[in-house]
Design a protein around this ligand. Structure first.
Ligand code: HEM
Length: 133
């Protein structure tokens, strides 16, 4: 990802490092579990979200320009391939993005960074769609 602050800090530093990314991922999956508006997204996941919590945290650290925890453990993310077993249509994509945006708001991500991240999340989530609807 190419997001950088004007003074060239990485998105990882800008957001507040691992502590904020950890809080963000926890809030994201808590909301997915709690909010009726994310039920289709929740249904695309298994019974437990524990593996997803751990892996998204590792992934986002590297994706934002911080430590490469995910690739050190699993190699190239191959996100589209890894998501093929799950139904991802427009509904799931939009719920993922709304859930993440709400989580970013709840943990207080800077408004400028939040908008840039949301744009990058959209590109990634849209590319992962494997159903037309
Ligand atoms: C668009 C809607 C999306 C849906 C429905 C979805 C669903 C899922 C599901 C069901 C898993 C498996 C969780 C588990 O192992 O228990 C998963 C894993 C994962 N997702 Fe997503 N996801 C979406 C978008 C995204 C986006 C936009 C990102 C990154 C920005 C992302 C990053 C990841 C990562 C890193 C994993 C772990 C992959 C692995 O190593 O197995 N996902 N996702």
């Amino acid at each position: 990802m190419q997001i950088q602050e004007p003074n060239a800090r990485s998105a990882f530093d800008w957001i507040g490092g691992e502590a904020t990314i950890h809080a963000l991922v926890e809030r994201f999956y808590d909301l997915m579990d709690l909010e009726p508006g994310y039920a289709a997204l929740r249904a695309a996941h298994g019974d437990t979200l524990e593996a997803a919590r751990q892996k998204l945290f590792w992934f986002l650290c590297g994706w934002m320009g911080g430590p490469q925890h995910y690739t050190e453990r699993f190699g190239h993310p191959m996100l589209r391939a890894r998501h093929l077993p799950f139904k991802i249509g427009i509904l799931e994509r939009d719920q993922w993005l709304a859930c993440m945006d709400q989580a970013m708001g709840d943990v207080g991500v800077d408004a400028d960074l939040r908008a840039r991240l949301q744009n990058s999340f959209f590109q990634t989530a849209d590319w992962m769609r494997n159903q037309g609807v």
